[in-house]
Design a protein around this ligand. Structure first.
Ligand SMILES: Nc1ncnc2c1ncn2[C@@H]1O[C@H](COP(=O)(O)OP(=O)(O)OP(=O)(O)O)[C@@H](O)[C@H]1O
Ligand SMILES: [Mg+2]
Length: 352
């Protein structure tokens, strides 16, 4: 049986719009690292707070490790759910040393065990020598790790983290993703991490839950999510993409679009006529005599690649444009005509 189960969870703050979280179903296995990914206001924090017990759902049920923590008849308080929570702003106690911050949740432990466990988790997060410092004497990344150590100290079944990397600069952020994942895996902790950053989600999690307007759009492993986005929202929110309309050929392997025939990575499972496809910019490779061509309208240099905006409208009435990536060593002139191929593995049929 799954370790965490959310069934039909709905939360409406009675604002005029749609519910903050709408009929959410999610099951998580023991030891799994899951991220909730989505734009601002899509219901990520609300979902996390309901799992923690800081917010009550309007309806639905929630199980953790085989016991019901919320349903129509009961609501287990946060401190009895066996959950560790890391808030976005760390919320360390400023006047307590790092050691005391970490030991805070261990008040029911014996003095000896408390001391031992505090030392152990501080070593786990690489801060074994920092127990006597105050939070103000640590860097942002170190404070982040203290918050994680404090949450891990009582050996919770589950860790919930809300935007844990948002206050860090790019370099530190990358290192912290790596460290946090290692720490969670070592302790075999089940984790739900909230982020609006695709890189955070992809690098750290087993599965990613993409949300929009309180509704789950897709749940999948990062690679599958990127290669087979379920709908236009996911295709556009997770990475960049080109959405094209077309007609599915009778062999179910190709789609006829205004730029020509595009191959799918596999036969379509469904018989449809009018379809929409997503083509990733890196799925378009510049070649000498490619099947597709267009005029370069804009070049944006990013260091590791360059993004070309291609106008395909030569023979068309509409101004249709595509974004494709080109290797940096190639000089591309604005106004020139380039030709390219499309790699089927980076093409997907998507729902509207
Ligand atoms: N206590 C509250 N009272 C009223 N509305 C709320 C409350 N908390 C959240 N909301 C609303 O619920 C929706 C979801 O909010 P939530 O905080 O879950 O979003 P989020 O996905 O975490 O966004 P962000 O990325 O900006 O943190 C928003 O429309 C928000 O305004
Ligand atoms: Mg939030």
């Amino acid at each position: 049986m799954s370790f965490i189960q959310l069934k039909n969870i709905t939360k409406d703050f009675n604002s005029k719009g749609a519910p903050a979280v709408d009929d959410l179903h999610l099951t998580i296995e023991r030891g799994e690292i899951i991220t909730l990914l989505g734009p601002s206001g899509c219901g990520k924090t609300t979902t996390l707070r309901m799992v923690a017990g800081f917010e009550e759902p309007d309806s639905g049920s929630l199980e953790i490790d085989g016991s019901t923590v919320f349903d129509d008849h009961k609501s287990v308080p946060p401190e009895k759910r066996g959950i560790g929570m890391v808030f976005q702003d760390y919320t360390l106690f400023p006047h307590m040393t790092i050691g005391k911050n970490v030991a805070f949740g261990l008040s029911k432990w014996s003095r000896h065990d408390r001391k031992h466990r505090t030392k152990e988790v501080l070593e786990l997060v690489g801060l074994g020598d920092y127990a006597d410092r105050l939070p103000s004497e640590l860097s942002g990344g170190q404070q982040q790790r203290v918050a994680l150590a404090r949450a891990l100290a009582p050996k919770p079944h589950v860790i919930l983290m809300d935007e844990p990397f948002s206050n860090l600069d790019a370099g530190l952020r990358e290192k912290m993703r790596f460290d946090v994942e290692n720490i969670l895996r070592q302790a075999n902790t089940t984790a739900i991490i909230v982020t609006h950053d695709q890189k955070d989600a992809f690098s750290i999690s087993d599965r990613v839950v993409v949300m929009n307007e309180g509704v789950i759009q897709q749940i999948d492993a990062p690679r599958r999510l990127y290669q087979c986005p379920a709908n236009c929202f996911v295709a556009q929110f997770v990475g960049k993409t080109n959405l094209l309309q077309g007609r599915l050929c009778p062999n179910l392997m190709h789609v006829d679009t205004h730029i020509g025939r595009v191959s799918l990575p596999e036969r379509s499972e469904r018989l449809l006529e009018e379809v929409q496809i997503s083509i990733r910019p890196e799925g378009c490779r510049l070649t000498e005599q490619g099947k597709y061509s267009g005029r370069v309208e804009r070049v944006t240099y990013s260091g590791d690649y360059q993004e070309l905006e291609i106008s395909l409208s030569e023979n068309l009435l509409v101004d249709e444009r595509m974004t494709i990536y080109a290797p940096v060593e190639r000089y591309v002139e604005i106004g020139s005509i380039v030709s390219f191929e499309i790699i089927p593995q980076l093409v997907a049929l998507v729902e509207r």
